[in-house]
Design a binder for this molecule. Structure first.
Ligand code: NAP
Length: 507
């Protein structure tokens, strides 16, 4: 790739969203952009402004990673280094589509990088899904992690002894583990105070994790599955007969996959292990698909109706679940749906409603399909979509092909897969596309009318007088840590926007 750039002025990039993907993209832009030469041979600078809907950065590292996984959260130290770069600015509490339009950003930046993630759950699409007691894992995870959108979620853990978690991914494991952690395991974490109170009163003693396929097809990773077997207060139960039935059909792909092979070994060891008589249990069930959530006498969730499956090989050689016609009813007062996340459309930005991502080619946003294909995906709570901001011409995009100067990164680019580190490589690909497009033989970036850093800051402050800078976030961070120190916890999270703004402003 050429290290020469087709201009001599600084290249200004807006990154929308401050999770891992946004921060890795910003980091690559600032680090790998340094030293590139402009058209006249002088060195060119990349400047990054990060626009974040919340007053706080870090995306899912703050509001998705389980509170009992502090080591994973320590990745923010890398992002802090990026944030300290002199050509980086953080504009928090600013929402694209509400305070600033895509068209206005294109007026001020050479490129926009969308790093907005996939904030809503994929629905099961079965009757009873909206019964009280049925929760999207996305909401529950946000709630126990203190995400301000979910602070008021009502999770009644006192009325149910059994909870069912649908899905065989790591989110299902996180949710199940959080439901059975011992008070001594929860105490040193940064779990939101409101969640600690509710968890302390929980009557849930059994959590059933339900997979529609078998153990070899599960999306768990090995350390997460192993961790279930090491909990202080819970036994992990696997029925050996069900395990054998679910493993009876050979899966060539899984046999070649080291993670799947190890998952099967771990699950076999659980099936052989006698329960240790702990107060709670996590039960892993396979070959079952929920077909309806049934209300109890009080109208609250009472049971999950499950269809038994068998595994069949599809045309591509993958094993998929097929209903056998047999059913099973599992009484349960709580259900958590953990079958994956989805992106939501951003005003004026192309969106592939089927996949729930921004259509793109190696990070370069493509013009089609439009957000009329959004499939009725609801906006996240608290997320308002104003489509008529001044200067926004509405949905304006070419019939097909590239949208110049617009890029995607992370889950909104490739869908909700991989671990935090996966986003580093993903961000590198997107940033390489930006460098290639900015080079003399590239397709070019956007040409902004007002590429001055002061102008966009003025506009944003006009639209959002309560804009939170990185210094504002640093005040919130210090405040939370000092509250935590007194309690022997990493931090006590602020969970209301008003509180965050007060602390950010130094009041
Ligand atoms: P995921 O890994 O994609 O797992 C989704 C699960 O839902 C799969 O088992 C899938 O089964 C199942 N599923 C999908 N549709 C279903 C349906 N209609 N009925 C029943 N089951 C259905 O998603 P995730 O758990 O949300 O995790 C997202 C990403 O974050 C993953 O890459 C995960 O590893 C990562 N993550 C990592 C950690 C960690 O490292 N500690 C923690 C949390 C999340 P099929 O395979 O049959 O489709």
């Amino acid at each position: 790739m050429s290290s020469r750039i087709n201009t001599d002025s600084p290249i200004r990039i807006a990154v929308i969203g401050s999770g891992p993907a946004g921060f890795y993209a910003a980091g690559h832009l600032l680090k790998d952009g340094a030293g590139r030469q402009g058209a006249a041979g002088h060195s060119i600078e990349f400047e990054v402004d990060m626009i974040e809907r919340l007053p706080t950065p870090w995306g899912l590292v703050r509001s998705g990673v389980a509170p009992d996984h502090p080591k994973i959260k320590s990745v923010t130290r890398i992002y802090e280094k990026t944030a300290a770069h002199p050509r980086f600015r953080f504009f928090g509490n600013v929402a694209l589509g509400e305070h600033v339009s895509r068209a206005e950003l294109l007026e001020h930046y050479h490129a926009i990088v969308y790093a907005t993630g996939t904030p809503v759950d994929r629905p099961l699409g079965i009757p009873g899904e909206d019964l009280p007691g049925s929760h999207a894992a996305t909401e529950f995870v946000g709630w126990y992690n203190g995400h301000p959108d979910h602070t008021d979620l009502e999770v009644d853990l006192r009325r149910a002894e059994r909870a069912v978690v649908i899905g065989n991914g790591n989110v299902a494991i996180d949710v199940a583990r959080m439901l059975v952690l011992a008070p001594s395991e929860l105490a040193p974490t940064d779990t939101a105070d409101h969640a600690l109170e509710v968890l302390a009163e929980s009557r849930v003693s059994e959590v059933v994790i339900v997979g529609r396929r078998g153990p070899a097809q599960a999306a768990f990773t090995n350390p997460e599955l192993l961790e279930l077997g090491e909990l202080a207060d819970a036994d992990v139960i696997v029925d050996p007969e069900e395990l054998d039935r679910a493993l009876a059909v050979h899966d060539a792909g899984a046999a070649e996959n080291i993670t799947s092979r190890r998952n099967v070994e771990i699950l076999r060891s659980y099936a052989e292990r006698p329960p240790a008589g702990r107060a709670k249990r996590i039960v892993l069930r396979f070959l079952l698909s929920p077909v309806a959530l049934e209300p109890g006498d009080d109208g609250h969730l009472g049971a999950v109706e499950l269809a038994r499956n068998e595994l069949v090989t599809d045309a591509d050689g993958n094993l998929r679940a097929r209903a056998t016609g047999e059913h099973e009813t599992l009484p349960a007062g709580l259900v958590f749906r953990a079958i994956g996340y989805r992106g939501i459309p951003l005003p004026g930005v192309p969106f592939d409603g089927r996949r729930g991502v921004i259509p793109n080619e190696r990070g370069r946003v493509l013009g089609l399909p439009t957000d009329s294909d959004s499939g009725g995906v609801p906006d996240a709570p608290g997320r308002e979509r104003a489509e008529t901001l001044p200067g926004d011409p509405g949905v304006e995009r070419p019939e097909s092909g590239r949208v110049r100067g617009e890029y995607a990164v992370g889950w909104i680019k490739r869908g909700p897969s991989g671990v935090i580190g996966t986003n580093k490589k993903d961000a590198q690909e997107t940033v390489d596309a930006i460098f290639a497009d900015a080079s003399p033989d590239g397709e070019g970036l956007n040409v902004p009318g007002t590429p001055a850093g002061a102008a966009i800051e003025r506009l944003l402050r006009e639209r959002q007088p309560e804009l939170v800078t990185y210094d504002g976030w640093a005040s919130i961070d210090r405040h939370e840590r000092s509250l935590g120190e007194a309690a022997g916890r990493p931090r006590v999270k602020l969970t209301r926007i008003e509180e965050m703004l007060r602390v950010a402003a130094g009041d």
